[in-house]
Design a protein around this ligand. Structure first.
Ligand SMILES: [Fe+2]
Ligand SMILES: [Fe+2]
Length: 400
């Protein structure tokens, strides 16, 4: 049986960015690897300025690689104390995966520094190297390559074109309140909720909400919630809605989604929610109104506007406010949503006009349900009609 090939991507991941993922993807393909483990470093004995806590760096890494086939976060460096040497990490991994071949993915500068690492001979025995070039020259022409081979180092260069992404620049942009393009939306959202890199946490209870959601939701649902929150902040900014409220409602909108239907029905009964029969029998509809109860009772949300937005995010309602529309739409258009016919148009319209995007989204739902010979919730039609009247009214006001 061929040996499993495991790539190792070490780093502080402070924070993890596109270049790390690009390097790992290239290594996976060109090295014919079965998987790549991402190994965020632990907390150093003396805290370095600007280095976030290991658990935060691990969680950002976990979120960034989640759902990418072959990528896995690994805690091996996190759980050790004191100065950690790569040779020790490799020895642990070799023990853990005795039948695997290890491939350490590394940048060219660090690679040529290998002879200065602790126990280089042992390192060369335990792993091969896949090296990312720092510029466009042919690295094999470097006389140090021959020297490294003589020392027993097995390596090959990746074809990945050089690109300079500086973590320092990414952190500086974060500190100034920007959203660096090099970060995945879920990582940006995590940073905002936790208030990392010198930012104010928004909402102030972001960390408590996240911790609780992580316990109550599946990984997939947690990721979706982060992405809905990311989208909602952007729309809130665009349409002049309070960011704190939009992020809170969006983050918590599915807080009841992973409950069994019977538990949702029980809560609806206990709290005397006045609901139609169709809503009471469908978890897909019921998690909206029940979610508002859970957000209030379990998460301690008191803002009625936030609770209202959670309540109506499954069906919409006549008289929706901009905050409600932002949560409803963000749920539909967040970046991981798989393409459906109206998606791009709803995304585009959401930037221009919330009612227009809502109307387009609801009408496409109505068309879809009808095409499947299903019965839409009555609110869908009512809200779509109300929005069209609202927009007609707005147009006539503009013309007066
Ligand atoms: Fe939902
Ligand atoms: Fe959702």
């Amino acid at each position: 049986m061929p040996k499993e090939k495991i790539g190792l991507m070490g780093g502080s991941f402070n924070p993890i960015h596109e270049r790390h993922l690009e390097m790992a993807s290239c290594a996976l393909k060109e090295g014919g690897l079965d998987r790549v483990l991402f190994l965020p470093t632990g907390n150093p004995p003396h805290k370095k300025t600007g280095l976030e806590e290991a658990e935060h760096r691990y969680e950002m890494t976990r979120l960034a690689v989640s759902g990418i086939p072959g990528f896995e976060p690994c805690r091996v460096e996190l759980e050790r104390k004191g100065t950690i040497y790569t040779v020790d990490t490799l020895a642990i991994l070799k023990k853990q995966y005795p039948n695997a071949e290890l491939y350490y993915i590394i940048g060219e500068d660090t690679f040529f520094d290998l002879p200065n690492w602790r126990k280089p001979d042992k390192v060369f025995e335990l792993t091969r190297f896949l090296v990312c070039r720092r510029d466009t020259h042919d690295p094999e022409e470097d006389p140090r390559c021959g020297k490294m081979r003589k020392m027993g180092c097995k390596f090959s260069f990746l074809s990945l074109p050089p690109r300079d992404v500086s973590s320092t620049a990414v952190r500086a942009e974060l500190k100034e309140g920007g959203d660096p393009d090099e970060l995945k939306p879920q990582v940006i959202e995590y940073i905002r909720l936790m208030g990392l890199y010198g930012r104010e946490p928004i909402p102030a209870d972001g960390e408590a909400y996240y911790t609780r959601l992580k316990k109550n939701l599946s990984d997939k649902r947690l990721m979706h919630s982060l992405l809905v929150s990311w989208s909602a902040r952007r729309l809130a900014k665009r349409h002049g809605v309070d960011e704190n409220r939009a992020a809170t409602a969006a983050l918590l909108h599915d807080c009841a989604k992973c409950m069994p239907l019977s538990a949702m029905q029980q809560l609806a009964k206990e709290h005397r929610l006045l609901l139609d029969k169709m809503s009471l029998q469908s978890g897909n509809l019921l998690h909206g109104p029940v979610g508002a109860v859970v957000a209030e009772k379990e998460y301690g949300v008191t803002d009625p506007n936030v609770l209202a937005a959670i309540r109506c995010h499954t069906t919409g309602k006549v008289g929706m406010l901009p905050l409600d529309m932002i949560v409803f739409l963000s749920d539909k258009i967040e970046p991981s949503r798989r393409s459906y016919p109206a998606l791009e148009e709803v995304r585009r319209l959401a930037q221009e006009s919330l009612p227009a995007a809502m109307s387009h989204s609801l009408r496409s739902t109505l068309d879809y349900v009808k095409s499947q010979s299903g019965v839409p919730h009555p609110a869908t039609q009512q809200v779509a009609d109300w929005l069209d009247r609202l927009m007609a009214q707005q147009r006539s006001n503009e013309n007066e």
